[in-house]
Design a protein around this ligand. Structure first.
Ligand code: 4H6
Length: 224
């Protein structure tokens, strides 16, 4: 998978490029992240990419031309790339969507700043609008990084295949509780079954706990 990211803050992506699951996927050549500085596509000497909104009001809007030029440049190498705009108006990012996106060969992520992009970009250049949840953040970069992480861990080989590591949301259930040494601390004990060595009993305890925790914390998931 190749991710191309259009942003005014390419340095923010050094975080996921250098640490964790995404970094490991890059080292294994299972994915790559290519950032594009949108200012490089500006058409004026001040490197502006925004302008005042028609109709007035507060804030600025990202202009069509630099974004369209940048997308067309990316399409020279990846003509079939799926262009995704991260915004509060998008389709909600879920395990299911992350898994579907992980089967693509190329994704282009457009990161909004200011009040977002000129609507004509969404109409003409964007294939899918995606939201990471019902809240507002100051720019699309963090949302893009969330999407890159969630999608990357679905690419076969990226996780250190301790296989069922991500079965949890696949079945619309929460993960079971985890414990490590010591077996007792401040009078809190690890559930006996986990110390029994009886793997079938451990497996059924964990499935049961998944269902109990889902009922306690996320009843909405059980109705799906
Ligand atoms: C597009 C339009 C994604 C992107 C406007 C991005 C939340 C999500 C942004 C804006 C985002 C999400 C710019 C509006 C800053 C608020 C960037 N917020 N904003 N839920 N912000 O996926 O002002």
């Amino acid at each position: 998978m190749r991710f191309d990211v259009i942003t005014l803050f390419p340095e923010m992506f050094s975080a996921i490029k250098s640490e964790g699951v995404v970094a490991r996927g890059i080292k294994k050549s299972l994915l790559s992240i290519n950032t594009w500085q949108l200012r490089d596509f500006s058409n004026n000497k001040y490197k502006n990419v925004d302008d005042k909104p028609y109709g007035g009001g507060a804030g600025m809007v990202m202009q069509v031309k630099p974004i369209r030029d940048c997308i067309n440049k990316i399409k020279q190498k990846k003509p079939k790339t799926k262009v995704i705009y991260l915004s509060p108006q998008g389709k909600k990012l879920t395990h299911k969507l992350a898994k579907e996106l992980s089967e693509l060969d190329s994704i282009t992520l457009l990161c909004g700043r200011y009040e977002g992009v000129d609507e004509r970009i969404i109409e003409h250049d964007v294939d899918m609008e995606v939201s990471i949840g019902d809240y507002v953040i100051s720019g699309g970069e963090l949302a893009s990084m969330v999407l890159i992480d969630a999608v990357s861990r679905q690419i076969p080989g990226v996780l250190g295949n301790t296989d069922s590591l991500n079965d949890s949301f696949a079945n619309n259930l929460l993960d079971y509780p985890h414990y490590t040494r010591p077996d007792t601390i401040d009078n809190q004990k690890v559930p006996e079954v986990l110390l029994s060595g009886h793997q079938a009993n451990i497996d059924s305890w964990r499935s049961e706990q998944s269902i109990i925790k889902t009922r306690e914390k996320r009843k909405d998931l059980l109705q799906k």
